[in-house]
Design a protein around this ligand. Sequence first.
Ligand SMILES: O=C(O)CCC(=O)C(=O)O
Length: 194
Amino acid sequence: MAEAVARLMGSEQAILFYITVFVRSPGTGARTPWHQDQKSWSAAGNDACSVWMSLDKVPRETALQFVRGSHRWKTDYARPAFFSTRYEGDDRTEQSAFPDIEAHREDYEILAWDMDPGDCLVFHGMTAHGGSGNLPAGLGRRSVSVQWLGDDARFRILPGDDDDPHISEEILRYGVKPGDPVVCDICPVVWRRT
Ligand SMILES: O=C(O)CCC(=O)C(=O)O
């Protein structure tokens, strides 16, 4: 996977940033809100991607969906509220509100695929995606999402609640400073072009 993503990013190296596991029990109706992964990453750069793999069969109707070309959007959209709560005084009005893709699906080119266990989707860190879930009765889903960084990705500190997962403090403890490549014991270079 490391070599594949490095080549797809056009990078000399692939740095393992973190791994997420999603477990939806059968009948889960909660859909994943539309979002751009990198808006909650304590790393920014064009060389950054996620690899999403399901361990179960994924029918297209409940698959993770993507807005084609959204990684090139020029607007800096706010991170939509995910599983977090906005608190009083949490004022981030400088960013435009994330578009309501679900209510205006016809305005976007939305892509999704049937997938077999082990199939992988690789997408840019800024590609808008969501809409998955809403599983029919009896069907569960276990998926793994692996976040990768490449040559130009740099460490940054995000406001508390946006840093999700909350790993910046840990990365700081490993000596990485804002503006540095995010390379340390917990974010290793897994593949390097020789
Ligand atoms: O599996 C899902 O529904 C969410 C996946 C996701 O948003 C991600 O991997 O970034």
